[in-house]
Write a protein that binds this ligand. Structure first.
Ligand code: BMA
Length: 307
């Protein structure tokens, strides 16, 4: 399975030392192409432990990042669900509304939940509030409506179990038809919790899902990455799911940080000239790194390494 995700040799690409103001961690960014730039909406943790989001941009999505002097989105005190910070955004362009949808974890006194922000210019941000009640994380919309519904992938914790779920909505407000999509797999590398990584990736053969899977070991949990393929017109049908992980913490910056042994993909952009994805992932809950992956390699692995 080695080689599906190829690390950039200059990883990590962004760390607190690159930031324009003091912070403890820069990680788990949402990613999108906008106006010929790659935008990353980065989770930034300050020294009180709360997180906010800061938008940076680069022409090639790899280096020469333009980083602002101040945060872009701070937790808003008018929204109680943001009381303990905002984290881990995923961004999609919603073709149906011609707007960008940012789903993110807002930390309410009742626990973490998934909230939505809409924007069309990345300057004005419209908060739409929580989509689902706590405890829920790792949420992303599909980039388009499927059979007239908006579709959300998310990871509620129920009875202590952390499976990946799928839900549907006619209006981004009312959610229903909830189903488990990708459950944890007893005994395997993703046996204790799973969660969506990047937003779903549309291909001719279906939606590729990059997800993280957690196994608690005698010392600490290990966050690894696997793939699944969902049917295009009926994404709750799982065509395949990799038996083995495709990416695992190995480098020092993935093994040691604020958390150990964490690779946590949250965004990608597709580079047409190279026919590959740049996948952005948080490493060790401290910095941001890059891995390159081609759609065809991912589809091959999904065929050959099926569960
Ligand atoms: C998850 C989230 C992520 C974090 C990961 C590893 O539950 O909170 O923000 O990167 O754990 O610590």
């Amino acid at each position: 399975m080695d080689g599906v995700f190829r690390r950039y040799e200059k990883n990590p690409i962004l760390c607190p030392s690159n930031w324009k103001y003091p912070c403890n961690a820069v990680f788990n960014p949402g990613a999108i192409e906008f106006n010929n730039y790659v935008f990353l909406l980065c989770r930034v943790e300050t020294f009180n432990g709360y997180s906010h989001l800061t938008l940076i941009r680069s022409k090639n999505g790899i280096d020469n990042w333009e980083i602002p002097e101040i945060p872009t989105l701070l937790p808003d005190e008018k929204f109680d669900e943001e009381r303990w910070g905002i984290e881990d955004p995923r961004i999609v362009y919603l073709d149906d509304l011609k707007k960008y949808a940012i789903t993110y974890v807002s930390f309410s006194p009742g626990g973490p939940l998934i909230s939505l922000i809409m924007t069309d210019d990345f300057k004005h941000f419209e908060r739409k509030g929580p989509l689902v009640p706590p405890e829920d994380k790792d949420g992303s919309l599909f980039p388009k409506k499927i059979k007239d519904s908006f579709v959300l992938i998310h990871r509620p914790i129920i009875r202590g179990e952390g499976h990946i779920w799928i839900s549907y909505s006619p209006d981004l407000i009312h959610w229903g038809k909830h189903k488990i999509l990708l459950p944890v797999r007893p005994g395997m590398w993703d046996c204790h919790r799973v969660g969506l990584g990047c937003p779903p990736i549309e291909t001719d053969e279906g939606w590729i899902i990059i997800y993280h899977g957690i196994r608690y070991t005698a010392s600490i949990p290990i966050y690894r990455v696997g793939l699944a393929l969902l049917e295009k017109e009926n994404p709750e049908r799982v065509i395949s799911r990799t038996k083995e992980w495709v990416f695992s913490p190995e480098e020092y910056y993935e093994r040691i940080g604020n958390a150990m042994n964490v690779v946590f993909p949250t965004g990608y952009v597709f580079k047409k000239d190279k026919n590959e994805l740049i996948v952005y992932y948080g490493c060790g809950d401290k910095c941001i790194s890059i891995a390159f992956a081609s759609i065809s390699d991912m589809l091959t692995v999904l065929k050959n390494n099926k569960f």
